[in-house]
Design a protein around this ligand. Sequence first.
Ligand code: ZN
Length: 156
Amino acid sequence: MPATHQKSRPFPWRCPACMMDEVVPSCVPYQIDIKHDGVLHAVSLPNLKVPRCRSCGELLFDDAADEQINVALRELLQLLSPEQIRAGRVQLGVDQQQLANDLGTRLETIARCEDGSHIQSKTLDNLLRVYFAVPGARAVLQGAASQIGVQPTNAG
Ligand SMILES: [Zn+2]
């Protein structure tokens, strides 16, 4: 695992903007435009928990703050959560590599969707929902995956 830049150091932290030891946990209304699938989405968090400098107002985004923003974006776009993707896959007894193969995507993409570090496209989200819910769709996709590189035959 990569080292995180914000360990559980005791507050207050030193503010990188004004150099005062005034950064403490806070809860602020926050809005940000995030590009997803090539479109900007206005994400609004009425109560973002984020370390903030009491002196100059600088916000110090840590992993927890980033995750809150990701959760809000997924809710706004009505995308499956990492937990829902993992649960759906485990329930079917397929591993990440198999799921990636069946959907025609990469193992890394599935792994990152499940650990929350990547937010899937709406297209992939729809595909995941159909895959999890419809056995016939899985059969079709698995058939398509097994035919990669195979020439279609005329056998009727
Ligand atoms: Zn400051």
